[in-house]
Design a binder for this molecule. Sequence first.
Ligand SMILES: Nc1ncnc2c1ncn2[C@@H]1O[C@H](COP(=O)(O)OP(=O)(O)OP(=O)(O)O)[C@@H](O)[C@H]1O
Length: 688
Amino acid sequence: MNTRSSWADLAANSAAESTNAGSSVNNGSVGTTSGNAPTRPTYVPPHLRNRAASSDPPVAANSGPASSNDRSGYGGGSRWGAPRNDYRGGYGGGRGGWGNRGGWDRGREREVNPFGDDDETEEPLSEQENTGINFDAYEDIPVETSGDNVPPPVNTFADIDLGDALNQNIRRCKYVKPTPVQRHAIPISLAGRDLMACAQTGSGKTAAFCFPIISGIMKMQDQSAQRPPRGARTVYPLALILSPTRELSMQIHEEAKKFSYQTGVKVVVAYGGAPIHQQLYQKPLVLHGSSSSEIKWSQLGWITVCHVVREVFNGPNASIETIEVLLSTKLPFAIHVQITLLLTDLRELERGVDILVATPGRLVDLLERARVSLQMIKYLALDEADRMLDMGFEPQIRKIVEQMDMPRPGLRQTMLFSATFPKEIQRLASDFLATYIFLAVGRVGSSTDLIVQRVEFVYEPDKRSHLMDLLYAQRENGVQSKQALTLVFVETKKGADSLENWLCINGFPATSIHGDRSQQEREQALRSFKTGNTPILVATDVAARGLDIPHVAHVVNFDLPNDIDDYVHRIGRTGRAGKSGLATAFFNEGNASLARPLSELMQEANQEVPDWLSRYASRPSYGGGKNRRSGGGRFGGRDFRRDSSFSRGNSDYYGGGGSSGGYGSSGGYGSTGGYGGGHGPGVTSAWD
Ligand SMILES: Nc1ncnc2c1ncn2[C@@H]1O[C@H](COP(=O)(O)OP(=O)(O)OP(=O)(O)O)[C@@H](O)[C@H]1O
């Protein structure tokens, strides 16, 4: 049970911890169980910023591949110009030996060191450890695995053969020990097994799927793996990592780039924006174009502009050169940004890619343009897998995974990760997996007890003044600074704009992020929040999942979500990597259906449940049918295959089925009301 004090004290503690802790490091032990440059201000996507100037000295020949994740000199068309057919001339050269990758022949590019430790002097490991992070917090976490021949967990990174270069990057990240999900998931993946893994927010799932992928690709390079001869523009990634939001894809890309530094493994992100022609038709176009060297869009007329831009975005034949010409003209800024993003994706892809990190929408676009082929995919990872397979994304995911040229389950290795895995989604997900291992670290869908959760009854009209009280108290306690950020979740995009505005008017610098903001506004908002310039971020669920923002001390659910899993992800933006955090929720009559799952979740996480919330929870009309948590907090039985209705006579259903089909067909997904719809008649809960 957490020791109680005022929320402001708690936030203050969390802030102090953040300050002390610094970046994501730990020192604790880990649980044992467990030329054509645009003529206007150029929008530069985040993964291209802070690049070293192209005049930087080349990397020493023996320090690994001189290439990879760089795109030096973005903004100048002529500097893009790597000849197309130079791709990986030496790919598969197999010079042997970890960390001495030989497969790259792009010596003129320099891989920017994401760690900023170019002098290569390694501090003794003990001095790198940061004493602020408490990984002992995960010590007693229960771990459950199910499936055939589960490979045993490891205790240290040294116990696993990840390869020298990757191991060195792990040290540079100051990851001293694997977190529980890493201890279990990495050996499973390295053994080539498909995996459905559920572990709490902030517990290191990104590295858990990145390490085996990077290590596997390094080995493939050693083994002189061949890819099909490239078509004019098609690229053949070996691994695909899908995530639901652009910001999360960018973050995974940044992480994966760090892990793959000097391994010879190239990571590219494709996240794009909304289809440009939609914007064109929706918004009046402000036309510029005065210089004689530029196309005068106003003279071309609206229809022509639409036609040209649509061709760029939809036409499979639009060449990069066409796009560059278009970019060199004066376009409205928003369109310029969109085209730049597309150009960025295409250019970067043409330089070659081993691991493609993407949002589903952009990937479908690239597949339809035949810019990307999935036929060489060896690894498929879905981050936030339950979100990726819920009703919003499922058609796109099915298209990518089942209807394009991706190898079938069993011929590729599939890894699904999330902090929550509703039973219905597990059933659906099994379509994408071959005989797989289910791993649960902590209870499926549970929150970490590193987060102190508070629920306050606040009537709708009182919410703003209540929030103001919290923020004033926080300010008085010194808990509002660059080191103590506050993330406020609201239900609607309009609500986010209006609350942001109101906070600013009232002297609290705030920004907002939601789906109606442009890509550059979203990125700017996130940057401003991360740097503490605006220490309050008002967000819709677009920021609920995956984002790893250091120093978030307090998450406020100004509007509670309808689904308890969304709540779990939202509060998980604090209390990450062993640090503590605070989450406050404003509850009122309108949230009554959440009362039972919320009070159960809080109990499981050893939180104080207010009496009034318990009374709401015990009302028979609330929470019954939709409560996926019914049955309390007993650990075990999370794998939906353990549900008796999925067993097939005496056969061992963990071993059966092989590839697709199988489990999914027996359960009738969709007929029970789909995601969040509770259990069908006669079905034993897999959540008990
Ligand atoms: N072994 C490790 N040692 C120290 N820090 C680690 C380790 N593994 C991961 N981290 C850090 O922990 C933080 C959380 O990791 P990550 O973002 O992968 O969590 P997650 O489980 O994916 O969370 P979410 O469910 O919210 O997506 C990151 O800052 C990461 O750098």
